[in-house]
Design a protein around this ligand. Structure first.
Ligand code: SAM
Length: 349
């Protein structure tokens, strides 16, 4: 039986109080990053998990095994910058061998992809998301504080050559930062068969990295993309091939010149103006083994203690405890209020 068919037969699959079925786990493998994006890392930085508390690859694999027994089918490795964790390829191999896990994705800033794209693909990563906030090298460096656009673009080329089943670009929309580049980013992605996605900025880290006035709404993103191709209109799109679509909503341009070109599809992740909480299918495991049921709240349940003290049964109980507390929705729409103390880099965005 395929893993997808098997999910229906798992007696104890993870269903939260709002009847959302959880089949997706994001695993933060490090809370350190080789970039320092201005909207992610507040001035003065953030506290990092002590090395002794960082989950080992064996601990991550043991926890993912329990999740798989409860119906989780997809894992995304994130961070911090996951490729900055030494020997990430070995972790991918461990996860690939877990029965039931049929999809492994990776979110990365792309800096180390020139060297790592092929080994990661060979080890079993299916899909990639690469953050690209600008196609202008100076802007890119300003936004990422120390990013190297040429390396990231070379990394994307290496990833295309390595044959991932999907590569998406993630761009946090920043007014006055990159909001005039959305059409350029779309055109660049479409020309390479990649799927561009725009993310509304979230007030993480107690709002400490949040720039008032920088927010661009989902509606404005749609308007700006359509305006760049006269005569087009934005229509909802089922996003074939966008497996793991998760919170993103997909759109495409219809009409206008270029209609015969490849589908002009883009995604928007809009935690602020167009919530997706009712379809949230995910949990997040922190670098230190704490399970977060929602990005927007700081509540978390420790899984490392139960793993060592009580084994799989104890971990499963703790996971259910976290799930019981998964909120109906969040309050990111209240600018600067209601956001979590944790920074994105600390939980794996
Ligand atoms: N370093 C990896 C990467 O670049 O994809 C994985 C972690 S990073 C925290 C995941 C995504 O979260 C990136 O696309 C990043 O741009 C986004 N992000 C970080 N802080 C954010 C914020 N405050 N609002 C919206 N997106 C944010």
């Amino acid at each position: 039986m395929s893993a997808d068919a098997a999910i229906g037969t798992i007696p104890e699959r993870l269903v939260d109080p709002q009847a959302r079925v959880i089949d997706y786990l994001r695993v933060s493998v490090t809370d350190r990053c080789n970039y320092g994006c201005v909207y992610c890392i507040p001035d003065g930085g953030v506290a990092h998990t002590e090395r002794a508390e960082v989950l080992s690859f064996e601990e991550i694999a043991a926890l993912v095994c329990v999740f798989a027994s409860l119906g989780v089918r997809r894992v995304r490795l994130t961070g911090g910058e996951p490729t900055a964790r030494r020997d990430l390829v070995a972790l991918v191999r461990l996860l690939r061998a877990i029965p039931g896990i049929d999809d492994i994705a990776l979110s990365t800033n792309g800096h180390l992809l020139p060297e790592l794209a092929a080994p990661l693909r060979d080890a079993g990563v299916d899909r990639l998301n690469v953050s690209v906030d600008s196609l202008d090298a100076d802007r890119f460096r300003r936004i990422t504080r120390r990013g190297d656009l040429a390396r990231v673009l070379a990394g994307i080329e290496a990833a295309r050559a390595a044959g991932f089943s999907s590569i998406k670009l993630n761009t946090v929309a920043i007014r006055g930062g990159n909001d005039d580049e959305m059409d350029r980013i779309c055109a660049w992605a479409w020309a390479r068969g990649l799927l561009p996605r725009f993310i509304e900025e979230m007030p993480m880290a107690d709002g400490r990295a949040y720039q008032p006035g920088a927010h661009v709404s989902a509606a404005e993103i749609r308007e700006r993309v359509a305006a760049a191709w006269p005569g087009t209109r934005v229509v909802a799109d089922a996003a074939d091939g966008a497996r793991g679509a998760g919170p993103a909503r997909y759109f495409r341009l219809d009409g206008g010149e270029g209609e015969s070109a490849p589908v002009r599809r883009f995604g928007i992740i809009s935690p602020r103006t167009e919530h997706f909480c009712t379809t949230c299918n995910r949990l997040r495991l922190s670098t230190a083994g704490a399970l977060h049921a929602c990005l927007a709240y700081d509540d978390a349940v420790d899984l490392r203690g139960p793993l060592h003290a009580g084994g799989d049964e104890a971990v499963a109980r703790a996971i259910r405890g976290a799930l019981a507390g998964k909120r109906d929705g969040h309050t990111f729409q209240l600018i600067g209020l209601g956001g979590p103390r944790k920074a994105m880099v600390q939980i794996g965005g």
